[in-house]
Design a protein around this ligand. Sequence first.
Ligand code: 13P
Ligand code: SF4
Length: 330
Amino acid sequence: MDKFEEIFVKGFIDEPIDPTLDLFDEIEKLKKEKNAVILAHYYQEPDIQDIADYIGDSLGLSQQAAKTDAEVIVFAGVHFMAETAKILSPEKKVLLPDYKAGCSLSDSCPPNLFAKFKEKYPDHLVITYVNCSAELKAMSDIVCTSSNAVQIVESLPKDQKIIFGPDRNLGTYVAKKTGRDLVLWNGACMVHEIFSMQRITKLKEKHPEAKFIAHPECEDVVLKMADYIGSTTGLLKYTIDNPAKEFIVATESGIIHQMEKSNPGKVFIPAPPNNSCACNDCPHMKRNTLEKLYLCMKNGLPEVTVPMNVIEKARLPIERMLEISARLGI
Ligand code: 13P
Ligand code: SF4
């Protein structure tokens, strides 16, 4: 198998690594050698978060991707995030440690079906959550993330008709917060959909002092119980600013690494999913490992590319989001 076939089959180049190598040192050397920057999402495994140049939520990572002067962006996250970086910096090489790191939410909205859905609402503006494919972004008027979705909808005239996709849970949350009647695509994230209201209720009884915090990708029944709802950056900030000593956390478990680092002595309890076989790990985010990160930097592969005609159309809605966020100081 050549390298490209191997990436197609496995998602990464499965080369043996000398066990005596210190991967942290090797990755630092490769960063300098290749003028590379590592951008990592909070859902990555702790080792990857610790070696990253920047850790953040989807908005923060897009802002970094737009402004970095590194020649290579190593995206420790999932495919749609690396695509967004490529759209914002088409002249740069964008690497993804495992090409198969996808996203169930993005997959729940195939572009051809969304195009037909959009046709039914010709007088609506299209706002898409960043967790979608580049093709979907190219069909949108404005992109948003969980940290600016409410403000982006509020920035539009009250009588503006809006389609919101692909996440129905974030869409429901935004509709409630803004009082707008949004037309929603029926998509969802496999990690945030499985939290159990009954089990969370029991856990809260056991930990009456704990604050319950949740990501807006969770279902409405779960969000109704939350003391705070926010993006991953918002959740992290809340644990720092709030004096509580215990937090029940309804989002992907990777964020707990930063919460523990930022809050020595505080306790973070992952919110329980609805069956005991499940966990709060995103199987897509967790495809990336320190070993794959090292191999991708060494080989310059897997590389994420986006066709130029898609870049041209997808760039404007992302830039609109970045402009509105900058104007509002988000
Ligand atoms: P944020 O990083 O914007 O909070 O989104 C979480 C997520 O699901 C990323 O895939
Ligand atoms: Fe997609 Fe959900 Fe994983 Fe985020 S946590 S990458 S939305 S599947």
